[in-house]
Every structure is written in C-alpha cells, then in structure tokens.
Design a protein around this ligand. Structure first.
Ligand code: FAD
Length: 515
C-alpha cells in the first residue's frame, strides 16, 4: 500500500512506539517509547526568521539512544524519504536546523549533563567538561566558573548550543589565540546517520571526529562533547580605541593578534552612524555623543578596535599596566580610547545585554539577513569597499564586525572551510549583522537585502578577493562544491560513509535525501 508522506511519518511513529516488530531494535527490553510530538512552536523558526519549514514530527529525546534508534530505523529501511535535523538553540539564519516535512530532534530535551573535571597537579593533560550536546554555552560557563574554570574559546553570544556551534566552528575575539571552539574539543559522542553511537577523538575514529567538527550537522548528531577548560580570570579590562583610517585600523589589529601572550581578545567594528555605537554594546553608554563629533570629519566610516586583557587572580594590578603598554604601540585617533573593567562572566555575556535591550523594544524577533565572511588579508581592502558600495552607511541598521584570526590556529582536517587563496595566515572575519525591522523594512525590502548579500557573496568569493562564507547558505550543488573547494571530495566520502542516505541536516541544502 502507498502511504502519503504524512501517514508514513505516523506509521513510523507507530512502528517506533510499538517497537518490538522492528528488526532494527537489537533488544526490545532496552527500548522505551520515543517522545514524538506533531510539532512544537520552535521547530520551524530560527533567528533568521526568513525560512519557516515545518517538520512532520518533532522528537524530544530523553537519551542519545533514542536518537540512535530513530536513525538506525530510517537508515536501515527503504521506508521513505524522511530527513532529520538536530536543533540546538535555533540560532541559524537560513533554516539550517529545519527539516521540511521531516523530523526535528530538539536537543534541549536531552538531560542537561555538565561534568567538570579539574586536572590534579600530578595529572598530565588539561581540565575539561563533559557536556551534553543540547546544553547552552552560557550554562557551561556558569557551571565551570563555580570551579574557577572556563572554556577558553568562545562565540560572542552564549545562548547557543554546544552541538550547534561545533557544527560550524565557534569564533570570537579569542580565536586568534586559541583557535575556534572546534579546536578546543577533546572528544565527541556522535550518533551517525546510520544510527551508530560512537565515541570519537583525535585518536579514536579520528575520521569521524574531525569531519563532524565544522560538518554542518551532515555526518552525525553530537550528543556529548569533552571541552577543554582553563583557569578562569575573575575580571577583564575591556578597551575600545577609535580610528578614521582603515589601513591603520587593520595594521593595529594585526599587531594586537601578534601579542598573544599579553592580549586575550581582539575584535573590531565599523562605525557608520549613531546606530553603530548604540548596537555595539550597552557597556560604554557615556560615549553616545561621540559619533556626532566624528561626523564633523570627512570620512565615510570610522572603525573601533576592541581588545581585552584578563586579570589573573595572582597578578591583580598587571592588566592595567599591560593595557597601558599596549596602547602606547597603537595609532588610534589621539585621546579616542576608552576602557571598562567588568567581571569575566559579564564580559563573555555582553551580547545578552544587547539582546535584552532589543527584546524590550520588540527588535529581537525580527528577520536577520546576516552575512558572515572569512576574507583573506590580501582582499580585505577590496571587501570593505564592496560592502560600502552595497550598503547605505547613513541608514545602515545593524553592526559590521571586522577582526583578524590566524589560519595556523585552525586544524586543517576538520570540515570547516577557510579561504584557500594564497594560504595567508591572517584572515579577517567580517560579519554584517543586519536587522530588518518589519515596521521599516517590508518583505520587498528584506528580499532586496537578501539579493544584496548574494551579490556581495558572488563578488567576494571570486578569485580577486577569494573569501569564503562562514555559516554558509547556498542553494546549488555547484556552489557547495566551490565553497568546500579542496575539501569537497573528502566531505563527500565522509557523507557516504556516515550518512549514506543523506538523512541528516536537510536545512543546509547540500544533499538530497536518497531512498
Ligand atoms: P542550530 O541553529 O540549532 O543548528 C545549526 C546547525 O547545526 C543545523 O544544521 C543543525 O542541524 C546542526 N546541529 C544543531 N545541533 C546539533 C548537534 N547536537 N549535532 C549535530 N548537528 C547539530 N557564531 C560564531 O561562531 N560566533 C559568534 O560570535 C556568533 N554569534 C552569534 C550571535 C547570534 C545572536 C546568533 C543568532 C548567532 C551567532 N553565531 C555565532 C552563529 C551560531 O554559532 C550558529 O548559528 C550556531 O549554529 C548556533 O547554534 P544553535 O545551537 O542555535 O544551532
């Protein structure tokens, strides 16, 4: 009998729930009913608010074994074209955690386990945390700080899941020093697209380990990760210095990332209008008048370097001194330097303040046509010009981050993709974080912004600039092939090995489900 797609899903749920007739269950004794829901409000929504693909069912697993049972079943039957997407915190922009007519696995339903292991003095290695895949980075931070420890590589915003950022890379102002989050993981528990539950690391099943890191959810579902921890500083000296010259701005950023024994964090952003400063942080409120002064000058854009130095517990006074020494070597506009002293938690959690601020104005849950690029140093001037040609600086409603990272801090064998051209060590992260407030930006306006992003991507990924998208969004296989470049064949091989029927993460739009 032919099932309609929906009834196939229902049949699947029924089969899974009844379980004993299913040949894929090794031991029916171990199997509890899977917790399927028809849908949940979040399963078809993400931060981007551009794509709204509804699944046919949502699984809220209570254990990794349930995920394994579902994927074993789907991959061992020619049952249907059902696809499965793990959903972490849903902070994707283009529906990457959605599964149109498929099954969304809500990772936050896994028991939120965080186990901290502090290294003893006589023990080799590092302190670490074993964390389940649906836990948020902010939860890991809170828990590890209780032991005086913390992960060392971060994202700017902490309300995203461990599995979600490890499926991309996880970057921020610490990346120049410690590499992305995917370089700071010792071990993963993964359920492959075949339903196998595998523990992998650089020594055990390294092929799976490295390909899952930055693997856009294509090869397996991360159910647990062992994350490297280090002693946490208790305070941070957070500095902002302003520039009216792009070349001097980037030169100083590159100087800062070369001082990795002193500097703990480096980012930066473009100042295009008053909104750029409002959107950038609520921790520097007294400088809002400053932008008007700047606009009396003739430049079309200004730039702000943000760097930070940690206060180590035993060297209380040192951070101020270090900042002073560093500032002497920088060429910011005379006297345009400001600093704040904040707790380590508040520093890492700084975007939360902006989130609450935007939420209070109803400006958080709006469409976000964001564009993130990795730009080689040789192309950064051209890329800046390209951005300024495409946007309208005076009315730009968002934030443009620009900061350098270093290629040699990235493992080359993960699935994450960096620009290939020239193999230069310095690569710039350029994130155009746009909001499309529906009261001022209609559907046509949003479409225009998305086209604008597409045009920028087409030019920037060409041979002259040689950039790559971070958190990529492509609709054609040719574009994915180009995106992965030299990594494509290896990625295809891993996909055939670990998810041969292309069940996982359909929202990335890389592969079509096979029967
Ligand atoms: P989701 O959106 O839920 O999922 C993303 C992808 O990963 C999907 O394909 C999904 O199927 C897959 N996935 C999710 N969980 C798992 C799992 N357990 N196992 C396997 N695959 C899984 N990124 C940075 O690097 N640095 C930043 O500073 C940064 N800041 C951000 C700030 C904001 C406000 C937002 C909205 C995003 C930001 N991002 C940043 C992007 C963010 O890292 C990614 O969007 C990330 O995927 C979000 O994690 P998530 O848990 O929300 O993932």
């Amino acid at each position: 009998m032919e099932f309609s797609f929906c009834s196939r899903i229902n049949a699947l749920i029924l089969l899974l729930a009844l379980c004993s007739p299913c040949r894929f269950i090794q031991s029916p004794m171990d199997f509890g009913p899977l917790n399927f829901l028809q849908s949940t409000p979040s399963a078809s929504i993400d931060f981007g608010r551009i794509f709204f693909n509804s699944p046919s069912a949502v699984l809220r697993p209570q254990s990794p074994k349930e995920i394994s049972q579902l994927l074993s079943f789907l991959s061992s039957s020619s049952f249907s074209k059902v696809t499965v997407a793990a959903r972490g915190a849903g902070h994707s922009i283009h529906g990457q955690a959605q599964a149109h007519d498929g099954i969304v696995i809500e990772m936050d339903s896994l028991p939120p386990s965080i186990k901290i292991h502090r290294k003893r003095d006589d023990e080799p290695g590092f302190s670490y945390a074993d964390v389940s895949g649906g836990v948020l980075w902010v939860e890991l931070l809170e828990e590890s700080l209780k032991e005086g420890l913390a992960p060392r590589s971060w994202t700017d915003y902490l309300y995203m899941s461990i599995g979600g950022t490890l499926s991309n890379a996880g970057i921020s102002g610490q990346t120049f020093k410690y590499g992305p989050q995917i370089n700071n993981v010792f071990q993963l528990d993964v359920v492959t697209g075949r339903g196998e539950l595998v523990t992998c690391s650089s020594l055990q099943r390294p092929d799976l380990f490295y390909s899952v890191l930055g693997g856009l959810g294509q090869l397996g579902v991360i159910t647990s990760a062992r994350i490297l921890l280090q002693d946490a500083p208790h305070k941070v000296k957070w500095v902002r210095a302003f520039y009216d010259d792009f070349e001097i701005f980037t030169k100083d950023q590159e100087l800062l990332v070369s001082m990795d024994s002193k500097v703990d964090y480096v980012e930066g952003f473009m100042v295009l209008n008053e909104q750029s400063l409002h959107a950038s942080s609520v921790a520097f409120p007294s400088y809002m008048g400053f932008i008007e002064q700047l606009h009396a000058h003739s430049s079309d854009a200004y730039y702000c370097i943000e760097f930070a130095v940690h206060y180590e517990l035993e060297k209380e006074s040192n951070a101020e001194q270090v900042v002073e020494e560093i500032a002497k070597q920088l060429s910011f506009m005379p006297s345009f330097i400001y600093s704040e002293e904040v707790s380590y938690f508040d520093f890492l959690n700084r975007v939360r303040m902006e989130e609450l601020n935007l939420r209070s104005k109803g400006l958080w849950d709006v469409p976000h046509p964001w564009l993130n690029m990795f730009v080689p140093k040789s192309g950064i001037d051209q890329y800046r010009d390209l951005l300024l040609e495409n946007i309208s600086p005076s009315t730009f409603d968002g934030h443009i981050l620009i900061y350098p990272i270093l290629r040699d801090k990235w493992y080359s064998n993960t699935s994450a993709v960096l620009p290939e051209s020239g193999e230069e060590n310095v690569i710039y992260v350029v994130s155009m974080l746009l909001s499309a407030n529906p009261t001022t930006c209609s559907t046509e306006c949003l479409t225009r912004l998305l086209h604008q992003n597409r045009r920028i991507v087409e030019t920037a990924t060409g041979p002259e600039i040689g950039a790559k998208q971070y958190l990529p969004h492509h609709s054609q296989e040719r574009q994915w092939r180009e995106h992965f470049g030299g990594k494509w064949e290896g990625f295809l091989a891993r996909k055939s090995e670990f998810d041969p029927l292309h069940i996982l993460a359909p929202g990335q739009g890389i592969f079509q489900r096979k029967y």
